[in-house]
Design a protein around this ligand. Structure first.
Ligand code: HEM
Length: 537
């Protein structure tokens, strides 16, 4: 008899049957119920994972075996924080039993930083699993990604990830920025005196910035620009992909995501097969990934499928972030004025020989140093909107130390998670109104203490620190700076803007469908009607 059973029925089987008989049940019913209870308690005991006393303490779920899974499904990215608050004494980390496995959750900020940087904790393996399930890579393709040694460091996937870092810096980053910003400038320059009537701000930003971002990746022969219905397909896939994480029967359980994914992939496959990635204006990161795949014998016809991942990571967070940035700024007319005063000196106006229109040149590389309020609004929008769950897989048993000096054992093969939302929204760190948008929060460096620095993790860290963050910065800041100086955005109402809750797997929250900015008009500002925009880096 199990300990759980003894606790529930201290007088043993006889006592249990006796109590059930009091409830006027037949002997057969009593035996049936008792058998079920016994089976559940046996399952609970033997299916529960073994936990070493050096591992973080176990937090058992209310519903045996599946309680934490139910909690994650119900509360999404808020579950870990709810669990932390439910603990009588604060703990640095916990082990969450799930079915016959377990997951570690970290709450101690310094220990989260150790986890992010530790060489034994990696994202690569999780990334591979994600790619196979979400983008539908075949077993042959996966075998090529893993390589014969099945060692992540020497695998095609590992080498690819090491190589892309350099491919998104310096001259390569510059080329991506220029190509994407050229597209943004062309669209702004096309605007006539009547302006642009937009029915739904979020939807418009999706189209506009997905095309700009894909232009930065694919260059002028951009498959997304050639078929704008692919933008819809990409975001329909993105918004419905969660069931694909299960990796079973994708056509059946994730029909919408599946159909739209295949639509995007069927445009990318011929693009890569005809080697359009080798054109001089495609992003270096795109070339490096495709060339590494070929070097490791990855099937040519699956490169387009693998590379949907790049399009996905480049857009999924950048564009919702831009929405929060735009709405946070334009809901505050005084702030728009203040940013305009700050940014105006960075725009050089010049006349062109033989041209009636003047040229407004904005050097993006100056924004970081010379537009601190604009940059602060961007970071503050990211702080509020970014609600990711950080994740690593432990590859070798590892000890990590929490801020109180206690050591915890993290066992190989188990996933470690932490809530970035909890850190970004913590009142202990950010003060009394952590959920308020404070435009100057990131400008006032003297108030920016160590706790705030440590608790701001929108781009992850360690060897997986987001390599696309500088590209996203250039696109988002360049667009907003030009909009502030040369254009007016009219009709934005706070009734139409509300922060959503990210689902598991999303880093940046999307606005709920009834709060996507509504209808707005973008017009050239008085005195700026005869201007063409140009971005330099
Ligand atoms: C505001 C926009 C963005 C946000 C908030 C964001 C956020 C993140 C986060 C949280 C991670 C995981 C880091 C970790 O676990 O330590 C990540 C990884 C990554 N991001 Fe971004 N990202 C953004 C834009 C981009 C763009 C524009 C690109 C590409 C053009 C990109 C490419 C990647 C890649 C390739 C990785 C995987 C890195 C690795 O595992 O080594 N991201 N990003």
């Amino acid at each position: 008899m199990t300990a759980e059973f003894s606790r529930m029925w201290p007088d043993g089987l006889e006592g249990a049957l006796g109590q059930l008989r009091v409830a006027n049940l037949t002997t057969a019913q009593c035996i049936g119920i008792t058998t079920v209870v016994l089976l559940v308690s046996l399952l609970y005991r033997y299916a529960s994972p073994q936990i070493d006393p050096r591992e973080p303490p176990a937090v058992k779920p209310g519903i045996p075996l599946v309680g934490h899974i139910v909690g994650l499904v119900r509360h999404g990215v808020d579950y870990f924080e709810a669990l932390r608050k439910s603990q009588r004494n604060p703990v640095a980390a916990a082990t969450l039993p799930m079915l016959n496995g377990k997951v570690y959750v970290l709450w101690d900020t310094p220990m989260i930083h150790s986890a992010i940087r530790h060489k034994n904790l990696t994202f690569d393996v999780l990334g591979m699993e994600f790619a196979q399930r979400v983008f539908g890579l075949t077993d042959v393709a996966m075998a090529k990604l893993w390589g014969p040694d099945h060692d992540i460091e020497t695998s095609a996937a590992g080498v690819m990830m090491q190589r892309i870092k350099a491919a998104m810096q310096g001259q390569y980053l510059h080329r991506m920025n220029v190509t994407a910003l050229d597209y943004i400038a062309d669209q702004l320059n096309d605007m006539d005196s009547a302006g642009l009537k937009i029915e739904n701000l979020y939807q418009w930003l999706l189209y506009f910035m997905t095309t700009a971002t894909s232009e930065g990746l694919y260059g002028k022969d951009n498959p997304i620009r050639q078929d704008p219905s692919l933008v819809d397909a990409l975001w329909e896939f993105e918004g419905n992909m969660q069931p694909l994480f299960l990796g079973i029967m994708p056509k059946l359980i994730a029909r919408k995501a599946y159909v739209n994914r295949e639509k995007v992939i069927s445009a990318l496959i011929p693009w890569y097969m005809s080697r359009k990635d080798q054109a001089p204006d495609t992003a270096e990161v795109l070339k490096v990934r495709a060339n590494t795949a070929r070097e490791f014998g990855f099937p040519e016809e699956e490169i387009g499928r693998l590379e949907m991942a790049l399009l996905f990571v480049a857009t999924t967070n950048t564009i919702p972030t831009l929405y929060w940035f735009v709405t946070n700024v334009w809901l505050r007319p005084d702030l728009v004025e203040e940013i305009r005063r700050e940014t105006l000196p960075l725009v050089k106006l010049s006349s062109r020989e033989g041209e009636q229109r003047r040229l407004a040149t904005l050097d993006i590389s100056q924004l970081e140093g010379s537009a601190p309020l604009l940059v602060s609004c961007y970071r503050e929008s990211i702080r509020l909107g970014n609600q990711s769950i950080g994740t690593r897989r432990v590859v070798h048993d590892t000890m990590l130390t929490d801020s109180a000096g206690n050591q915890h054992l993290f066992k190989a093969g188990v996933d470690v998670m932490w809530s970035v939302k909890a850190m970004h929204h913590s009142g202990d760190v950010w003060g009394q109104d952590p959920l308020e948008f404070d435009p100057k929060r990131f400008k006032e460096q003297d108030k920016f203490d160590r706790a705030k620095k440590q608790s701001y993790l929108p781009f992850g860290g360690g060897k997986h620190l987001c390599p696309g963050r500088n590209f996203a910065f250039a696109e988002n800041l360049g667009f907003v700076a030009a909009l502030v100086v040369g254009f007016a955005l009219q009709g934005l109402d706070e009734e139409n803007v509300r922060l959503g809750i990210a689902t598991i797997g999303e880093a940046v929250a999307k606005p709920p469908t009834d709060a996507r900015g509504g209808a707005v008009v973008i017009k050239r500002r008085q005195g700026w009607e005869d201007v063409d925009w140009k971005f330099t880096c």
